[in-house]
Design a protein around this ligand. Structure first.
Ligand code: T3D
Length: 257
């Protein structure tokens, strides 16, 4: 059985971490399969991506048994070959990525969720910056995304103490967009992904680019960047369709072009 399940439905690419017995902890095979799934998501027929976990967990981060293996890849290689490219590929993917956090998200599993465009959590989900408990530092972009999402002080405390954050608290402090009751979670989160897949894909990609740039830009640089990206958005067929549909008082049909 593959460690990543992948299917496309209604122009959404569904990526499911699939090592449920290990709370979907990442091993080498899973990281390589994740890259294959992201390759497929780069194709034009996928207009939104949905990432979730099989079973009761989302992802418990790096498989610690693999790290302990003296014949394994080694720490340095794990980050540079597995997690860092996964994070940069998600940020650079020119379509929205939804993290549907169905259960515990720990270590790199939490931070891969947090690098996604929209993070949705089930009520029973937990977020844990588990790294400090085993003598590591937060990786997979955690030190970049978490302080930007929830502020320096809370991020610092969560990273140092490794406290568990409930989904309700994660929503309250701005770590996630929305929380849904466990029995509504799957359908509600899929609805968000299918909504995104029917929206103007290129406009959403330019929005993502603008947000990506805002991390290091001055206000002037950001304003100039918005101007440039807006001109690109305004040249899309979906923009023309949006305008026409508004003027004709009908629902738009966007094709991601
Ligand atoms: O280069 C590098 O290597 C650095 C990269 C680091 C990236 C990282 O992600 S570091 C952080 C790694 N993750 C962790 O430290 C989390 C470890 N897991 C836990 O603390 C707990 O499992 C949880 C708090 C996440 C969940 O607890 P609980 O009680 O709900 O479940 P459990 O019983 O602990 O786990 C269920 C099974 O999953 C269990 O297997 P078993 O005993 O039934 O066969 C457990 O060993 C396994 N599991 C959970 N997390 C991992 C794991 N196996 C391997 N690696 C894991 N990370």
């Amino acid at each position: 059985m593959s460690s990543i399940l992948f299917e496309i439905k209604d122009q959404v690419g569904y990526i499911t971490f699939n090592r449920p017995d290990k709370l979907n902890a990442f091993n080498r095979e899973m990281a390589l399969d994740m890259h294959d799934a992201l390759d497929r998501c780069e194709q034009h027929d996928v207009r939104a991506v949905y990432i979730t976990g099989a079973g009761k967990g989302f992802c418990a981060g790096q498989d610690l048994a693999e790290v302990a293996d003296p014949n394994g890849l080694g720490m340095n290689n794990i980050l540079s070959k597995h997690y860092n490219p996964i994070v940069t590929r998600i940020r650079n993917l020119d379509k929205p990525v939804v993290a549907a956090v169905n259960g515990v998200a720990a270590g790199a599993g939490a931070n891969i969720a947090l690098c996604c465009d929209i993070v949705i959590a089930a009520q029973s989900a937990l977020f844990i910056q588990a790294f400090s408990k085993i003598g590591l530092i937060p990786d997979s972009g955690g030190t970049f995304f978490l302080p930007r999402l929830i502020g320096w002080q809370k991020a610092s405390a969560l990273m140092m103490l490794g406290d568990k954050v409930t989904a309700a608290d994660a929503e309250r402090i701005g770590m996630v967009y929305k929380v849904f009751a466990d029995d509504e979670f799957e359908q509600a989160s899929i609805n968000i992904a299918t909504t995104l897949a029917a929206m103007p894909t290129r406009g959403l990609a330019y929005t993502k680019q603008a947000l990506n740039r805002s991390g290091g830009n001055t206000l002037l640089e950001q304003l100039e960047g918005e101007d440039e990206l807006q001109q690109s958005a305004a040249s899309t067929k979906d923009f023309k369709e949006g305008i026409n549909a508004f003027l004709e008082k009908r629902s738009p049909v966007f094709r991601g072009e």
